[in-house]
Design a protein around this ligand. Structure first.
Ligand SMILES: Cc1cc2nc3c(=O)[nH]c(=O)nc-3n(C[C@H](O)[C@H](O)[C@H](O)COP(=O)(O)OP(=O)(O)OC[C@H]3O[C@@H](n4cnc5c(N)ncnc54)[C@H](O)[C@@H]3O)c2cc1C
Length: 415
């Protein structure tokens, strides 16, 4: 049995796939493994690999001194959650005998037989570096002046303070990108939180969403909440009504057909996989990293797996829940390969909560399966408008508990 892990027996118990024909890494019982990124996918992968391969030499590369989670950030903005619950350290790594290098990896060198990072060769590299904000094609947009608060480490408190400093009757204009991007419902949850914050402080004011899409996730649920809870405060304008955003000029956003004045601009830019992924030549031309099979292996780099928001994982949304599920499956699959065991059956699942008010939360989710090599959603569930207040309250309690339990499993002491 492995230290705190499921070991050979556990792996075999979960075996659902055929025995691999002598896999790439078979028999390497003390592999050198690198994990690029100490966020959700990276921390999960490192910890699962440690549990399943006790002799492995595992190194996590992560530049941030602490992880400030994005999930829950909108709830902080709404005044419903304490920001302290979203800040985590990487101390668990040392306790688990996992190396931590506080560095931004510039490039994974794929030229030799084994991938190298800064001259060090590894048997396998797990790329889990999240997303980067692409420079959007809006003239006059300055991300330093209006940061998106969309990546680990930024936190949400500066945006909260800006909203609180707005004059009465202010207009917040949000510019929202086309898919794919990190956490598909999060821009609409953010608009909800801003409206709730203004309302709770007795301020007039509204949020105008300029969307590069024609529809959005949980749309009926958000629109119902905006009508019911924050009437007149949130206006969503789809692409076919306003055309593309072309420029930011002074205090206005210019679109193909119109001009929208703002007191506060909040741009969520289009996104790509993190720079290290693209600079290492692992992108597919769309800005994201392709993967194949339950090891989430790169199709052109057999010793690299890509996990989390940077990869293209079929129907799976770019969410923390998904990143964690992918990392668990990939780690178990890779461990089985190293141990020369049958691959365990992949078990992929996502749940995504959106907070609408102090005691209202809605959710969407469901399982995923590999079908003809592609990750497909099946048997999903979604909240419905008109659910009882008791149900929405219970879902809120569940969502808050999820944040604490989920985070503890990733950054906490135990395994
Ligand atoms: C407002 C908002 C709300 C959200 N709400 C939810 C929610 O309710 N539920 C949910 O499931 N998800 C939610 N998400 C999504 C969730 O935060 C992401 O899907 C999740 O963080 C993805 O994990 P990851 O490991 O891919 O990336 P991250 O967690 O971002 O981790 C990537 C890590 O890699 C590091 N890194 C980057 N480049 C390098 C490099 N070159 N070298 C070394 N390290 C590097 C970064 O510093 C970071 O720590 C939300 C996101 C936002 C923005």
């Amino acid at each position: 049995m492995t230290k705190g892990g499921i070991g050979r027996r556990g792996l075999l118990a979960g075996a659902g796939a055929a025995l691999l024909s002598r896999p790439l890494n078979a028999g390497t019982l003390a592999p050198a493994l690198a994990v690029v990124g100490g966020g959700i996918a990276g921390m999960t992968a490192a910890r699962r690999l440690r549990a399943l391969l006790p002799a492995a030499r595992i190194t996590v590369f992560e530049p941030l001194p602490a992880y400030h989670a994005c999930y829950g950030a909108n709830q902080v903005l709404g005044g419903w959650l304490d920001d302290a619950r979203l800040r985590f350290r990487h101390d668990a790594l040392a306790r688990l005998g996992i190396g931590l290098v506080r560095e931004t990896v510039a490039r994974i060198d794929l030229d030799g037989a084994r991938p190298r990072i800064g001259g060090r060769a590894f048997d396998h590299v797990v790329l889990a570096a999240g997303v980067a904000m692409a420079a959007p094609a809006y003239d006059g947009y300055d991300p330093a002046a209006t940061p998106p608060y969309w990546t680990a480490g930024e936190g949400i408190l500066p945006l909260r303070d800006r909203i609180d400093a707005l004059p009465d009757d202010a207009t917040v204009v949000m510019v929202v990108p086309g898919a794919p991007y990190r956490c598909p419902p999060a821009p609409y949850e953010r608009a909800t939180a801003i409206a709730a914050r203004m309302q709770a402080r007795g301020r007039r004011g509204r949020v105008v969403i300029l969307d590069a899409k024609g529809s959005f996730p949980k749309q009926a649920l958000f629109e119902d909440a905006w009508r019911r809870l924050y009437p007149g405060r949130v206006e969503w304008l789809p692409l076919d009504m306003i055309g593309r955003v072309t420029a930011i000029a002074g205090d206005a956003v210019i679109t193909a057909t119109d001009r929208f004045r703002f007191d506060l601009l909040h741009v969520i830019p289009p996104q790509t996989a993190a720079r290290v992924a693209l600079d290492s030549g692992l992108g597919d031309g769309t800005g994201w990293v392709p993967v194949t099979g339950p090891a989430f292996r790169h199709p052109r780099a057999a010793r690299v797996s890509a996990l989390g928001d940077g990869c293209i994982a079929g129907d799976m949304p770019k969410s923390a829940f998904s990143a964690n599920a992918q990392a668990r499956v990939a780690a178990a699959t890779l461990a089985a390969e190293f141990l020369d065991l049958p691959a365990p059956a992949p078990d992929l699942f996502n749940t995504c909560y959106s907070r609408l008010a102090e005691a209202e939360t809605v959710l969407v989710g469901g399982p995923f399966a590999f079908v003809d090599g592609r990750i497909k959603a099946h048997d999903g569930f979604i909240s419905t408008p008109g659910e009882s207040a008791e149900k929405r309250k219970a879902q809120t309690e569940e969502a808050v508990a999820w944040i604490d339990l989920f985070s503890a499993g990733i950054f906490g002491a135990g395994d």
